[in-house]
Write a new protein. Sequence first.
Lengths: 929, 205
Amino acid sequence: MNLVTKLLKNLVAWVLPRPRFILAVAFLSVFASLWLAAVRLEVKTDQLELISDRHPLIAKTRMLDEFNFHGKTTFALVVRGPTQDRAIEFMNAMVSKIHADPKHFQDVFYRIDPNEFKKWLLYYLNETDLAGIRSTLEQNSTLVHSMAENPDLLNFFRLVNQDMASRMVGEFFTGFLEDEQTPQEHGKNTNPLDLEFLIKELDGFSGYLSANQRYVSPWASFFKSGSWDLQKEGYLWEGKKKLLMAAVMPSKVTGQVSKTQGSLTQLRNYIHELKLSGFSDCEAGVTGQEALNNDEMQTAMVDMTKATWLSMLGVMVVMVTFLRGFRHPLIIALSLLVGLCWTFGWTALFIGHLNILSIVFAPMLCGLGVDYGIHWFARFEEERSLSGGSRSSIIQRVMDKSGPGIMLAGMSTAFSFLPFILTGFRGLMELGMITGMGILFTILADFTVLPALSHYLAVDKPSAHATAVRGKKRYLLRLGPKGIRTILAAALILCIVSSISASRVQFDLNPMRLQAKGAESVYWEKVLTENSERSILSAAVLTHSPEEAMTESKKFKALSTVTDVDNVFSLLPENQERKIPILRSIALLIPELKPPVAISTADGGGSNLAPAVQDSYKTDLIEVLQRIRFKMQDEQAEKWGASRPLVEQMTKVKGSIDRIIQALENLPADSTKLSEFRRHFMEDIAEQWTFIKESSSASPMTIADIPPQLRDQFYQDGKYLIRIYPKESIWNEGALARFVKDIQWVNPNVLGDPVNLYVFASAFKKASINASIYALIAISLLLGFTFRSLRLMLISIIPLVVGSIWTIGIMGFAAFDFNLANSIFMPLVVGAGVEYGVIILLRWKEGHETPGRLPFSTGKGVILAALTTTIGFGTLMISNHRGIFSLGFVAWVGSICVLMAALLILPAILSFVKDPVPAVDKEALNVTL
Amino acid sequence: MSRFRVFFFLFACLSIVLAAAKPLRAQSDATAQVRSVLDKAMDIQTKPELQGPEHRKERAAQIRKLISDNFLSEEMAKESLAGYWEKLSAGQRQRYQSLFTGIFTDSYSVRVLDFLKRETIEYPGESPEGKYVKVRTIIMRTNEHIPVDYILENKGRKWMIRDVIIDSVSTVETYHNGFGSFLRNHPFDALIERMAIQKKAGEEL
């Protein structure tokens, strides 16, 4: 310490004569630091990079990039509509906007072109569904063949009417025989009446005639299979087809938080615009890792800016209150600000970025770094009060007497952070470096800027209050033997109760629970998780041959912790060979479609119809629709025992027919709507016929036939990717460990999000524990070197140990678990906890005190320092980011606990230790801190 | 032209006119008969003193009588079993005809009771159908209508209905298809048994 004292003396001797120069240098360096931070400082959001940018898993994980949109960053756009049709409409509108904005978006993957796999669509249906289609075709062969002969709208309605009339009369007169009728009767539909197909057609027709003029194919309801509606095929559905997905690839545009933030904001603007322009019934949002990272960092940045200013303000208020004036708190705050700016500059220059862990350094530094200025001015006021003199002489005395103590306190705090470097966990290493260096910069500012500012601004006349209390020895704590025993017993009981409560504290792995509650990306990620049939996160492994892919997939599938395994072969339809006979029999049931001769001027279908021909067609159409309507005797049907859904369908049919008749009757003579609809209808039939014919005649699908956009997710350049889905929730620590260990047992090279999370969480836990141990060792060494006594060194860390036990106990009572954010609370409070112990011990070491008593000035300094520290940690609790909030809460509770332990337990314990200097002439002795 | 020739020519013309006149008169009679039956049915259905569910049985009795008086149920029964009729014994035929008459009358009565109100009925015309006459009617309602054709046979003093074609679907043909389909998988006795059950159920309506 003599060396330190000597160095400090020399520094002060050099600084004090040059206050103007010091302040000018400080101002310029602050300006340079801020400029550096603005230009160079980035925010990194990648979770794996928090471990280490050289971690082997990062390189391996990059191998998966080519299977995930070729490594492009993506946002997940999620759309939920009242119906699938509305969701598709919304998605298409969004895609149009995205395509029209190349400044913000590179591309969007929202659909696999159904035409690319249309030929094999029937292969994707299971055998039961295929048999159902065959049966539908057999039972409706009259309709099918008649439509093939004359694929016209009027003919369609006539056939429908004929079928219904036949059913109606049959039901009236021979219904009592029906249950015994053979269903195989050729061409006769003996299935229960289902009007869904007719309703679809009527609704489509009615809608087309009214306003929207969008043709809707009814054939999906005829075959009772969505596969028929190619307009709806190829979209990326999730959650039992309730959520429509798209992967949006943003352009790299600079933003406040990241290069993709501008695109994210723009995407959300588009969603908002669409909702205001006719899509108020649809919901949509953006999520995915990139959006989550952006939102997390955005929230954290905003919160940390607020927390930093709030911390500064809180510290100022506390200082003004305790130091009874504005000048000294202002000097301390300015000095702190300079230290903070230097830290930003240093970080920008040597690290270049902040991460989600290190982003909290600023408000913490406000709380921790201000302590030294407070101790400095506490001594300044004492020196001014006791001995007076010029500002320079008072500053000189403060530096001589308190400088080493302040330096030791600062060094011990810095030493609680700097050992983070030894953890090897990059996120913590950077936090340790930044905060540790920040403390050192703060001390440097306190030994240069603060004296220089004090030279001009410090109050050199004592206040009336200070004069009044001069010469009186005051105590913050006076403990008698009974009080000492009571305190120690209470502390012990609290430790036991806390230990029991601490057993309830778990480790929560779920990073989703760290995110801000209101964040849009978190909400939609939760919606996706809750609605998906299987985990949205999967592990992955690369294989190099089809055989290896199949063998490995089987092994993974056999694991009890695995629910599903996908590879490129999973994209092919199952049991293709078994389906061939059914498909070929379907092909035979499809007659050749006659050319659409109906669409001719003579028949009334052309767009250049003679008005009389169109009128005649219209009249015939109305006539047949009226005949269909007559059969919709919903009231009577209910009386005869028809099912409720059928009765409702009848009512719907009547309504649709009424609308169509009205629209037809009001159709202007020159309107082409009817002929256009007929043309669409015929084209639709031709398309459906061709589709069924081709699809039922197609050869089995091979990997080469899979649309590239889809195939690329599983197969590239001879590499076969296997995706493995966990059975249990991987957010449960035990389940994650079981899943990862199981799949690693099958193949140690497994990758993917669950593996990353497991490795990250394990590394983080280990690093947090190591950081605490390293900090404790480093500080113990420092204290051992300072006190040159093992006993005093151990006593000095008692507040930390006891305070930590109490803190975890309170976490148990408050139902707070350790998580990926608050696990670092221990190393954070180590510095604070030891600082209080050091200060109390140093004062005790001066001797001359009655056992069980804590001098007022020491207690005041400790309380003031602790208050500013708790403000630093406490302001983290304003964060919407729940991880930062929990860190703030735990560190805040921790710092209060170690303060209480230091103020109450240390004096009590020290009463049992022999006083180094007996209590004599107490009033005459100076107080060191 | 000799007088004989003139006489012969006039006779021929008269014969042609008379021959043409007979069906014309028959057509109007057949239509009148259908109109009369439908008017009576609508009268029964709309009589104020017979309104309400409590008078349904009374109405049903009157409708049944109207059907019995104007429909050739036994002929319809025979035609509904065409191709099978010849194989039946006299007793089977009698039992079958009796049940058919009951079932048809019940079924038709129920439809009339449930469907027919004071309707607007159009009579677009009639046409010969072999030895029978088809009378076309259309029940007109707002935004809906249904064509119902009646096949009538002249039974000396009266035109009798022997088939009703509802929207192009013949009742007799429906029975024929239904019975034929049933008998392909079941013996005749099963049909009789099924009809007997239906008859009993119909009586309770």
